[in-house]
Design a protein around this ligand. Sequence first.
Ligand code: DGY
Length: 331
Amino acid sequence: MRRRVVVTHPLPGECLEALAPHCEIRVLEGGVRYLSEQSGEERAACHGLICLLTDPIDTPLLEALPNLRFVSSVSVGVDHIDVEALTARSIPVGNTPGVLVDATADTAFALLLAAARRVAEGDRYIRGGNWRPESRWSPDFFLGKDVSGSTLGIVGLGAIGQAVSRRAVGFGMNVLGWTPSGRNVPGVDKVSLEELLLRSDFVSVHLALTPETRNLLDAARIATMKPGAVLVNTARGGIVDESALAAALDSGQLYAAGLDVFAREPIAPDDPLLRHPGVVVVPHIGSATTLTRAKMVDLAVANAAAALQGQPMPHCVNPEVYPLALSRQIT
Ligand code: DGY
């Protein structure tokens, strides 16, 4: 039987053509959960998976796919994948680092500026018919928060955090940074997380979601943030305690928030966070530019192509599976 690669959602363009000489390709319409519902024969045919960050790759799924030999995710984050369970089975997991750095840093900065200068609120104000002759320009009309000259604290100084720091310097901000690895970054004043939260007018989160970072910004840490600060999150919702964030916004301790990611996506329309006028939200679009998404798909396909040809994936989050995984790719 020819090896089959299951692609959990349709992908743009002709990107899968590169895989055609090496395998049969099956594209699902609505995600990996449809794979679990297939017959045993169908599931046994699955040699590789190309998935999205909305596809949970967990132990029950792995047990349903006895011949799975690789997983390639069209994402840099792999918190939807039980990497430990895959590693235990010597199955490599590919991701797409690097190519979404600038797009995501741009989104973080867009949210920072929008939250500081009340862009979404102003948009709603006009569309709601509220901008009338008696409520036009005046010295205290729609005042926001200064960006230039303020302090940005970057939580996580990987490639995206560093790209945000370069933007912040360009906007005349002072930049503090904290990262679990303790790395030094030029232009960023490295401080403890406690000091960063105390001193920053803006805090932007750029960490992967792991057991160590889950709920890192919990109620106790949010309570130590500088009064009037703005929180920006383009990383993962699970890093921030959203109820504590909503409470800090409601009490006026925090000025605003700019959020691209949520603990549960899609966020419920009646979520308390959405009640606050200072919260600017977008639907997990940090990397959503045409070029960036094309590059992410290309990397995911390159990871799959390498696995199918018995080579290490160029971007593998569990390289310790090699060399054992290589011998298992060849049928
Ligand atoms: C990722 O790739 O993990 C990003 O969240 C996509 O925007």
